[in-house]
Design a binder for this molecule. Structure first.
Ligand SMILES: [Zn+2]
Length: 209
């Protein structure tokens, strides 16, 4: 496959998952950083990841969940490309979400931080997030929330008793993990503080995508 054919193939794949105005640049990034992109089904535990050696092959691989909306997909994908670039430049000497990764992530995201790529509400929160990017979007409630407004399947409200133990949910703008049911109450962990709270089984919560 020639370079042009490869770029064209990547553009077609990317057009399904990211904002149109980001396609060319992301296509360039894929070519430049030379990794395998694997689109995954929905994983609750993570939105994407980077592995320096995929299935014992010599090339790196990035996975991203296909269930993400196009803005969350783009941010996640660039986050992982930043891991790939950090690995190529520093090997294992740099921390996973350390200063080297943050600088590279900021640099790779720069060309997307405009209203051609992101709606204004996301852009406003994202610019703040990028000042000192966290290890995951889930750790930034404001960004998580504004991104979830663009999920097509917004009907993710559920009663807490129907959620499985171990799953994450949102309640009054905070993220919790369901731990276990004790008689008439459900024990949950408030993720940002680690504190345990007891909920009613019929509390209406929002499932995390
Ligand atoms: Zn990461």
């Amino acid at each position: 496959m020639t370079q042009e054919e490869l770029l064209q193939k990547n553009r077609i794949i990317l057009s399904k998952y990211i904002p149109e105005k980001a396609i060319d640049k992301v296509g360039d990034y894929i070519f430049e950083h030379d990794f395998k992109l694997i689109i995954k089904g929905d994983r609750k535990s993570k939105w994407g990841d980077f592995k320096s050696h995929h299935n014992n092959q010599s090339y790196p691989a990035i996975t991203v969940n296909k269930s993400l909306n196009k803005y969350a997909f783009l941010i996640t994908f660039i986050h992982e490309i930043a891991h790939c670039k950090t690995y190529k430049e520093y090997g294992n000497k740099a921390e996973a979400h350390g200063i080297e990764w943050k600088k590279i992530f900021q640099c790779l995201m720069q060309c997307f931080l405009n209203t051609e790529v992101f709606p204004l509400d996301i852009l406003y929160v994202l610019r703040n997030h990028m000042q000192n990017p966290a290890a995951s979007v889930n750790a930034d409630i404001k960004l998580y929330k504004v991104l979830s407004n663009y999920d097509e399947n917004k009907n993710n409200a559920a009663l807490l008793e129907y959620i499985k133990d171990g799953e994450h949910f949102q309640y009054e703008e905070q993220i919790y993990k369901k731990v276990t049911t004790r008689r008439k109450r459900i024990e949950c962990i408030h993720l940002s503080t680690g504190k345990i709270y007891l909920f009613s089984p019929v509390a209406e919560v929002n499932l995390m995508e």
